[in-house]
Design a protein around this ligand. Structure first.
Ligand code: ATP
Ligand code: MG
Length: 148
C-alpha cells in the first residue's frame, strides 16, 4: 500500500501522545522522508506504536523520549530512545517472548505481548530490530524496514 508519510507520522504521534498517562514528552525528528512509501502501514504502525508507548511508560516523570524516522538506502529507519528504567542484562534475551514482563516494571501495567507482536511484524516486513539498554539508564530501539 502507498503510505503518505506526513499523515502516518502525525496520526502515530497524536495517538501515542493521547495515551500518555505520565509526565513524559516525545521529541520527534523526521529526516529526508519521501512523500510516500510502499509498505504495510498497519504493521509499521504496530511496531512504532509499541516501541513509543513502551519508551513512554517505562520512563519517569519529567523525562523525554526521542523519536527519529529517516530513509536510508531504501529502508525506513526508526530510532526510539528513552532515559527510563532500562532492561537488566539478564532479561534482555527474553524481551521478545510472549508474556515476558521485566522484574523492574513496578506498578506499570502491561500484558507482556507488545514486543512479541513487534517481532512478528518485523518478520513479516523482512525488517530488522536491535536494541541497547542499561538498567537504570535507558533504552534505545532501532528498527529498519525495506520499503519501495
Ligand atoms: P504490553 O506491551 O503488552 O502492554 P509490556 O509493555 O509489559 O505489555 P512488552 O511491550 O512486550 O510488554 O515489553 C516486555 C517487557 O520488556 C516489559 O514488561 C518491560 O519489562 C520491558 N521493556 C520493554 N520496553 C522497555 C523500555 N523502553 N524500557 C524498559 N523496559 C522495557
Ligand atoms: Mg509494551
Amino acid at each position: 500500500k502507498k503510505v503518505f508519510m506526513a499523515t502516518f507520522v502525525k496520526d502515530l504521534l497524536d495517538n501515542v501522545k493521547a495515551g500518555i498517562e505520565n509526565d513524559v514528552t516525545i521529541k520527534s525528528e523526521v529526516v529526508n522522508l519521501p512523500k510516500t512509501v510502499t509498505t504495510d502501514p498497519d504493521l509499521l504502525y504496530q511496531i512504532l506504536e509499541n516501541l513509543l508507548s513502551n519508551a513512554v511508560k517505562y520512563s519517569k516523570d519529567g523525562k523525554e523520549v526521542d523519536f527519529k524516522l529517516s530513509m536510508e538506502n531504501n529502508r525506513l529507519v526508526a530510532t526510539v530512545s528513552d532515559k527510563g528504567i532500562g532492561i537488566p542484562k539478564a532479561e534482555q534475551g527474553k524481551l521478545f517472548d510472549r508474556f515476558f514482563r521485566g522484574g523492574n516494571v513496578g506498578i506499570v501495567e502491561g500484558t507482556g505481548l507488545g514486543l512479541s507482536i513487534v517481532k512478528k511484524c518485523i518478520e513479516v516486513l523482512e525488517g530488522e530490530i536491535s536494541f541497547e539498554s542499561e538498567a537504570g539508564k535507558g533504552t534505545t530501539f532501532q528498527v529498519s524496514v525495506p520499503v519501495s
